[in-house]
Design a protein around this ligand. Structure first.
Ligand code: PA5
Length: 446
């Protein structure tokens, strides 16, 4: 078990000045973790993600692999239609592990996450006349953005292959029993995958929601699931050595000291959408009842040249969490240049990864001096195992951290407000009263 935990390391030394010698409040983390494991905390009916990898391994994994190999065998593109928790995990994984399609990989295109006609046009241009399949992902089956995109891409598919053949090109990932999408899938005979009842959207990446697009992209999802099982087992340890305790307790401690914004940083540009996934996970889980750390993200080194000033010298309300991959997958050395025209020969022969490491140390020291506590999360490599451990670690720490702050980390009542207004303004049947109310308000303003 100890060896397993070593797959993920949390280094709190960059925040040491903010803690008592005893460190953060591990007793509170322990209580929160127990409540989670004993299913005695708020929202316990949505904690199925804790044993999801094992259930998937014994359940849908085979069907996912079969469908993915069918997609890979015949499609040049897979259009994944979804928003929020129904797309960010898959997008994060694909960008992190398979940023560029390799020979034989279909392009993975993500649709349904905006209402921008220009973005839709761009996607259609990318799709061109490629042979394609659709994976429509929506737990509720009623979310407007993906539902509209699906209607359009389904139309394209039917125009291309004919109504009957198109049915074999659609994979629907949705609730096991309820919702319009489930009903349509049953009526049309589309192959379906399940978003389990006890797993909310933002915790669903290790279900078919994330795994089908990942497998279609060529990611080894069997390894992801195997590693995730190990990760959750190892991190069930009731110990201050548990990295999830360390991270959850540290960020809650820093929040109480006025560090109300957490910036998640990574020196790998391919991590960008993992950070978007993390922002949803933490923002939707913790931002409620008037409290919660604001999750933001930066991409280093690029953002050091745009956000660096603010981080170093702006309001001292920031904490910084840096995710790093210890061993690069590639290596380069700086070439020697005759005459040293650019004055860089002092770096000749040095590995780019070493230079990057030095830069990271320099940034860390500067930010700590500037009053920004620094937390580090390290995994060995940017591979399937690293991805799985990061996902399990962040999910678990998020639930622990949420319970520590006294919120239900598994609901999202605030998301409904905009949806109701949007449906009302668009004239959806059933929203007539709200429409009148909103229109009266809007007229008052003008
Ligand atoms: O976490 C959440 O609940 C949301 O982000 C949802 O995932 C998002 O709104 C999409 O919902 P659905 O899968 O029902 O279309």
């Amino acid at each position: 078990m100890r060896e397993g935990i070593a797959m993920i390391k949390v280094d709190l030394s960059g925040a040491a000045g903010f803690f008592d010698p005893a460190g953060p409040d591990y007793a509170a983390a322990a209580r929160a973790h127990r409540a989670l494991l004993e299913h005695s905390g708020a929202g316990a009916e949505f904690t199925g993600w804790l044993d999801l990898p094992g259930r998937i391994q014994n359940g849908e994994l085979k069907q996912i692999l079969t469908a993915a190999s069918r997609i890979r065998g015949r499609a040049q593109a897979l259009v994944v239609v979804g928003i929020g928790g129904s797309y960010l995990g898959a997008k994060g994984a694909v960008e992190l592990l398979r940023p560029h399609p390799q020979p034989g990989d279909p392009k993975i295109l993500f649709a349904g996450n905006s209402l921008s006609p220009d973005a839709l046009m761009h996607l259609l241009e990318e799709l061109g006349d490629l042979d394609f399949d659709i994976n429509v992902v929506s737990k509720s089956g009623t979310t407007l953005e993906p539902a509209l995109a699906f209607r359009m891409f389904r139309g394209l598919l039917e125009a291309k292959y004919g109504t009957e053949k198109a049915k074999k090109h659609i994979f629907a990932t949705t609730d096991a029993h309820r919702g319009v999408l489930k009903q349509m899938a049953d009526e049309e005979g589309w192959e379906t995958f399940v978003v389990p009842d006890d797993v909310g959207g933002r915790y669903s990446v290790l279900s078919a929601v994330g795994l089908l697009p990942m497998a279609a992209a060529g990611i080894d999802v069997q390894t992801v699931i195997g590693e995730a099982i190990e990760a959750f087992t190892a991190m069930s340890a009731q110990s201050p050595e548990n990295p999830a305790w360390q991270y959850a307790a540290a960020r809650q401690h820093l929040y109480r000291l006025g560090k109300t914004t957490e910036i998640l940083a990574c020196y790998e540009p391919s991590f960008r959408f993992m950070a978007e996934w993390w922002k949803q996970l933490y923002g939707e889980s913790e931002g409620k009842n008037g409290i919660g750390i604001f999750p933001a993200s930066v991409e280093y080194n690029a953002d050091l040249h745009s956000m660096g000033q603010y981080i170093q010298d702006g309001p001292r309300t920031l904490m910084e969490t840096v995710v790093s991959f210890e061993q690069p997958l590639n290596e380069f050395s700086v070439p020697f240049a005759m005459g040293d025209p650019d004055r860089l020969n002092y770096l000749a022969g040095r590995k780019l990864s070493d230079i990057s490491r030095m830069a990271q140390e320099a940034v860390k020291a500067a930010h700590i001096t500037g009053g920004v506590p620094n937390l580090e999360v390290r995994v060995p490599k940017r591979d399937e195992a690293g991805f799985a451990w990061l996902v399990c670690f962040f999910e678990l720490a998020c639930a622990i951290s949420g319970y520590m702050s006294g919120v239900n980390p598994f609901d999202q009542p605030g998301v409904e407000a905009y949806k109701k207004n949007m449906f009302a303004l668009l004239g959806k049947p059933g929203y007539e009263d709200r429409k009148a109310e909103l229109e009266a308000k809007l007229t008052e303003k003008h």
